[in-house]
Design a protein around this ligand. Sequence first.
Ligand SMILES: *[C@@H]1O[C@H](CO)[C@@H](O)[C@H](O)[C@H]1NC(C)=O
Ligand SMILES: *[C@@H]1O[C@H](CO)[C@@H](O)[C@H](O)[C@H]1NC(C)=O
Ligand SMILES: *[C@@H]1O[C@H](CO)[C@@H](O)[C@H](O)[C@H]1NC(C)=O
Length: 231
Amino acid sequence: MCARLHRASQSVSATRMKRLVVFVALLSLGLSAPLPSCDALLRPINIRNEQMLGRWLYIGGSSDLPGSRSLGLLLNNAWLDVSATSRSNVLTIVQTQRIYGECSSLKYNVTMENGTLLIEHPFYLKEVYLKSDCPDCLVVYEEVNSTQDSFRSLLLFSRQRSVSAADVDLLRRQAKCLQMPSPLLMDPTHDLCPDNLESSDGLDALNSLLEAKMAHRVARLLDKLFDFFVN
Ligand SMILES: *[C@@H]1O[C@H](CO)[C@@H](O)[C@H](O)[C@H]1NC(C)=O
Ligand SMILES: *[C@@H]1O[C@H](CO)[C@@H](O)[C@H](O)[C@H]1NC(C)=O
Ligand SMILES: *[C@@H]1O[C@H](CO)[C@@H](O)[C@H](O)[C@H]1NC(C)=O
């Protein structure tokens, strides 16, 4: 009798507990702001050329380029220096990266008009910029078409070496909307490459990489291994 009562009161309190959990869950759902739709997260923002100028540190990103996940693992960090030229719609980009400890630098011109960045030769690259809640950030959505392949990337840059968890979360949601893998993030404590490295002609270097179909096959294999071991 006593044991039965005890069990009954236990099950009542378990039910109450469940109700409380459901109630708290509903409450927290109700309190959090509604999530922005994919449409809103992927709508290009208007950005003026002057806003692009200066140094941008690569925070992380995602791409459907074969090999990018394994390359992402070898990439320690990267930054861009964007400067104006004598032509108002042409910007010069110096892109410096540390890959597996080695620094290298590429320099190339891009045209930028109406918030859209374009490279037309020797491959086609188009960038637009997406919403971010972080005032110091640049969220890049990029499409590249070469003679062999086309792929898309989502990249986050910032004036700072790291961004808040909420900013990374927004990037994750944008990647999800684009049906891309979850972004890989750089380690913000790793040494950056020095300024004023000798830079090579970036577009030719990038193009030979894109044209290397064989490299793509190797890269695809690397990606599979990467996803197998890391994810
Ligand atoms: C970029 O364009 C500017 C202005 O036309 C030119 O002076 C410069 O040589 C170009 N740089 C590269 C790397 O093509
Ligand atoms: C940029 O916008 C201006 C004015 O709306 C337009 O004349 C020009 O063709 C546009 N340029 C590009 C590359 O879309
Ligand atoms: C680039 O490739 C994508 C996918 O194949 C295609 O939808 C897009 O129209 C292409 N863009 C250009 C400028 O060729």
